[in-house]
Design a protein around this ligand. Structure first.
Ligand code: ATP
Length: 245
């Protein structure tokens, strides 16, 4: 469904990604793990259209979408839950959700609102609250719900458990498991590699901008050598421990 081929992304003279290729099949949850600075966020941001690749191709259902703007990418069926959530802090929960559904017709948008509220009941209680006043856990739920508002065929999630209290980290991984059971197609980046591998079908290990390993999540979980160089593999690695929106 999502195919990335030979992707290179540079920040000036620095190549943060070098000829990275990966694929995510329909109804698959694929993990992307690796140490800090490996290029995980760069990869998601390039695929989602926030960064332009220097080389390589991205395709969705066999259609080339390389270099699409984030808006066009959303219309093509790919939504990003960005690192640090990037909510509109001054806007209410429902306004943030409506923005997520901007690519859908009005009747479809109201159907989606009902669906995401069922998935995240806490959002109903905070309907008219400005996103900036939400707790870290609520804000993360809103960020995921906002992405689901466009009925994406593929969801990219960047560090969804970052900065959350342990009970909410459990909630996030349970949620990924639930979305997988629903047959969603997702590419998920996490520092918390072991937890991610427990809920993913397959995974890629990125190291210094290149794919260092790939395979079924259960096989990678057994490969202790892969984790030796990771920081924050089993814990939450947000150095600030913050819960910012
Ligand atoms: P982390 O887990 O710390 O978020 P990551 O695997 O997501 O790391 P990236 O944030 O994609 O890695 O960074 C990959 C490399 O690109 C790093 O060396 C980083 O310093 C560099 N980099 C990231 N953003 C920029 C930028 N805006 N300008 C220059 N270099 C950048």
């Amino acid at each position: 469904m999502l195919d990335v081929s030979g992707l290179t992304t540079r920040y000036g003279a620095i190549s943060a990604l070098r000829r990275v290729s990966l694929s995510v099949g329909a109804n698959e949850v694929v993990g992307l793990i690796g140490p800090n600075g490996a290029g995980k966020t760069t990869l998601l941001n390039t695929v989602a259209g926030l960064l332009r690749p220097a080389e390589g191709e991205v395709s969705l259902d066999g259609r080339p979408v390389t270099g699409y703007s984030p808006d066009r990418m959303l219309r093509a069926g790919l939504a990003l839950v960005p690192e640090h959530r990037r909510l509109f802090a001054q806007m209410t929960v429902v306004e943030n959700l409506r923005i997520g559904g901007v690519t859908s017709a009005a009747d479809e948008r109201s159907e989606r609102l009902d669906e995401v509220v069922e998935l995240f009941p806490v959002l109903k209680d905070k309907w008219a609250t400005a996103a900036g006043y939400l707790s870290g856990g609520e804000a993360q739920q809103l960020a995921i719900a906002r992405a689901l508002m466009s009925s994406p065929r593929v969801v990219l999630m960047d560090e969804p458990s970052l900065g959350l209290a342990p009970v909410l980290v459990d909630f996030v991984f349970d949620l990924i498991g639930r979305l997988r059971t629903e047959g969603r197609t997702m590419l998920v980046v996490e520092q918390n590699a072991t937890r991610l591998l427990e809920v993913a079908d397959r995974a890629y290990v990125l190291r210094t901008g290149e794919i260092a390993a790939e395979g079924p999540a259960s096989d990678l979980l057994a490969r202790e050598d892969l984790f030796d160089t990771f920081v924050g593999v089993s814990g939450n690695s947000d150095p600030s421990g913050s819960e910012q929106t």
